[in-house]
Design a protein around this ligand. Structure first.
Ligand SMILES: *Cc1c(COP(=O)(O)O)cnc(C)c1O
Length: 455
């Protein structure tokens, strides 16, 4: 049987999905609505329009439309780097000696090196349609900023990126890629914005966080006519665009009648995980199929496994709407020795609600274990994985090893979200034996959670 399955399952170009799937439409318990920070009223499209492009604001608040047509220009762009392959990890299986069948959906085959381009191109498209001059955003590890720079270059939009200071310093080459595509890149917190100056005053010498960078990018968008803010993860619209990952993966596996028993994704803000699992969870929600789904997060930023499911701000500066999500508190900043991305304090409210309803499990892993898995994957499957993706690799390997004990031939599917060519400072630390794990104490998490708004 297994010999029939090729190393890489590609769809044909005309089999790329023509619609995105909005999993919220099938959820009985909808994600809790976004609230206005001042009054705590549910947000309407008009409230979001000063911040987001109008079409994206509509997608953000749409809980009921199951499918959205992908506009022709986006479909055309997708064809430059999609479909992405589902790869059968024969070499990894062999090295592990496992009877499990391991598959991964590889999203790293584009210059941004990650799945983020799937949403970046959509968001840039709607900004262009609206006749805007440009967009502002934050970036952590740099993949989102790179993806957005590429998308903005394609549509001739200006792109202002606020990059978390620690990454700006650790990853100078990421910055150059973004500048090559025409973006401006500012380390955050900066002295250019009110909120940046305030954060710098309150936390002198801070290395920044995604939450700070979001506050700065929102401020710049709101203050500059013709600009809107775009976000690379967490939001409902981003999960909608990322559903292309899961739709393609499902179509590819269906060709060979493979049903995944376990689906694994790394979870930062939840967009790749949400996108990968959407069509599968849709089946679960409609009572058609069952899958075991595992979200993997870093032990140093464990929002699902150790956070609370409450309303919180999406940013450190508390300028964004309130979202109900698993959160560590909007002031939470992971320890500076945390190497990979996945450093956001909260989690997509869709993923949060699905988790709360028991449709998925969550687990956290230490970064030294993550890099051990990354190294094994690189040596067997040949791809140098992003540290973020390697969280999923770690758990895929662990699950495959459990199959070795029980002799079960389970099908394991995981999301290989990107490549790690810009993460070599972290790889260097690991190779030199200098990587340390930092796990926050209960007291640290409790202190950060105590600052969540009371709603
Ligand atoms: C951004 C990123 C992630 C995490 O973001 P999610 O929104 O949780 O998917 C994971 N892997 C890579 C390669 C990324 O660039």
């Amino acid at each position: 049987m297994s010999q029939e399955i090729p190393y890489k399952i590609y769809l044909n170009e005309n089999e790329i999905p023509k619609q995105w799937y909005n999993v919220r439409a099938d959820m009985k318990n909808k994600p809790a609505p976004l609230l206005k920070p001042g009054t705590h009223e549910p947000l309407k499209v008009e409230d979001l329009e000063p911040i987001f492009c109008t079409e994206l604001a509509k997608q953000e608040l749409d809980d009921t439309t199951p499918y959205f047509d992908i506009p022709d220009e986006i479909k055309g762009f997708y064809k430059m780097y999609r479909p992405s392959p589902v790869v059968r990890a024969y070499c990894l299986e062999k090295a592990l000696g496992t009877p499990a069948h391991i598959y991964y959906k590889f999203e790293g085959n584009n210059t941004s090196g990650s799945h983020k381009l799937n949403s970046a191109i959509a968001q840039a498209y709607y900004a262009k349609q609206q006749g805007l001059k440009g967009v502002t955003t934050e970036t952590g590890a740099g993949q989102w900023g790179t993806a957005l720079s590429m998308a903005c270059a394609y549509f001739g939009l200006d792109c202002k990126v606020y990059m978390v200071k620690v990454s700006y310093e650790q990853k100078p080459f990421r910055r150059e890629v973004m500048r090559t595509y025409g973006a401006s890149v500012t380390p955050s917190p900066s002295m250019d914005t009110d909120i940046g100056r305030k954060i710098n005053e309150e936390f002198p010498g801070t290395t920044g966080s995604l939450g700070c960078a979001i506050s700065e990018a929102v401020e710049v968008a709101v203050k500059n006519p013709g600009y809107r803010y775009v976000l690379g993860s967490v939001l409902g619209q981003v999960l909608l665009h990322q559903s292309i990952i899961g739709l393609e993966a499902k179509a590819a596996l269906d060709k060979y009648n493979v049903k995944p028993d376990i689906i694994i994704g790394c979870a930062g803000g939840g967009s790749n995980l949400g996108g990968l699992i959407s069509p599968f969870v849709g089946q679960m929600l409609r009572g058609e199929e069952k899958y075991r789904i595992i979200a993997v997060e870093p032990a140093s930023c464990p929002s699902l496994t150790r956070g609370k499911y409450v309303y919180d701000f999406c940013d450190t500066g508390k300028v964004t709407p309130l979202a109900k999500m698993y959160t560590l508190g909007s002031g939470y900043i992971p320890a500076p020795n945390h190497a990979g991305g996945l450093r956001y304090h909260g989690m997509s409210s869709i993923v949060s609600q699905l988790y709360d309803d028991g449709y998925l499990e969550a687990t956290s892993v230490k970064q030294t274990d993550v890099f051990e898995a990354a190294e094994m994957f690189a040596r067997t499957e040949g791809i140098l994985p992003a540290p973020e993706s390697s969280h999923a690799i770690r758990v895929a390997i662990d699950e495959a090893m459990k199959c070795k004990e029980t002799g079960e031939e389970k099908n394991i599917l995981f999301g290989l979200t990107g490549t790690g060519y810009f993460d070599l400072v972290a790889y260097q630390k690991y190779n030199d034996g200098q990587m340390e794990d930092y796990i926050p104490t209960d007291e640290e998490i409790a202190a950060s959670l105590a600052k969540c708004p009371k709603i």
